[in-house]
Design a protein around this ligand. Structure first.
Ligand code: 5RP
Length: 240
């Protein structure tokens, strides 16, 4: 019963996101990973073929690639996407990217990577003009790491132990190498109170990112500057 409620909430969030943020003139769409994203693909697949015929879909991993193929939507890899487009300085390659999240705070910062796809998810997100985070009621938290156990970090294999030690220096209580199950790992906890000189989401992301061997972090920053206001108005879009 509770499971049905959660699945309905995921589907409702996905339908809302697609209805409000997939415009008919878009041609390149990023498709993130996780169990919510299947409802995004389901919703797009149910749209009229006239609306989606010019769209191509870029996956963030093998799960979303399979979803796109199963839904018989046109697939484009990131490599082909870049090669297909002529170089224009500062260009964004995708019109929009839909992706899930593990936690979202009031500033729309997210923890992602429960499914360990955050490396490719971050690439697709930064290549998109708009990032639409599709999340149900369980994901909304007052502060990141309220319920989620840690921030997933992708690390170069030869530097795992070095990065683990550096994370301890930053304040992580128990960084560990994740093996196997999604959703149960992640090596650092954010310290609680930025007003006491501890980390904000941005400073934490920067400090972790500066450690040699860190390839990507499952922290996605919410909108800043003028975009933040637009975001509050329309309730969905944010740059990473
Ligand atoms: C995978 C992700 C997912 O988007 C995140 O874990 C949310 O998944 P779900 O929709 O199953 O709750 O970041 O790396």
């Amino acid at each position: 019963m509770a499971g049905d409620l959660v699945e309905s909430a995921k589907r409702a969030a996905a339908q809302h996101a697609v209805r409000d943020h997939l415009k008919p003139d878009y041609t390149h769409i990023g498709i993130g990973s996780g169990s919510t994203i299947k409802y995004v693909v389901e919703t797009i697949a149910a749209m009229s073929k006239d609306t989606t015929s010019k769209m191509k879909f870029v996956p963030t991993g093998s799960q979303s690639r399979d979803l796109i193929l199963d839904a018989k939507l046109p697939l484009l890899t990131i490599e082909t996407l870049v090669l297909e487009k002529e170089y224009v300085p500062g260009q964004q390659y995708l019109d929009v990217c839909f992706d899930g999240a593990d936690e979202v705070d009031p500033e729309l910062n997210c923890i992602k990577g429960g499914g360990a796809c955050h490396f490719q998810e971050k690439i697709v997100a930064v290549m998109s003009k708009r990032f639409i985070c599709v999340a149900d009621y369980r994901k909304k938290v007052p502060n990141l790491l309220t319920g989620w156990p840690g921030i997933p970090i992708e690390v170069h294999p030869s530097l795992t132990e070095y990065v683990r030690r550096k994370l301890i220096e930053l304040g992580s209580r128990k960084p560990y190498v994740r093996s196997g199950l999604p959703g149960k790992a992640g090596p650092i906890r954010e310290r609680e109170d930025p007003s006491k000189g501890l980390y904000t989401v941005e400073s934490l992301a920067r400090r972790i990112g500066e450690i040699k061997g860190v390839l990507e972090i499952g922290l996605f920053s919410g909108p800043t500057g003028p975009e933040a206001k637009d975001h509050q108005k329309d309730g969905g879009e944010k740059p990473v």
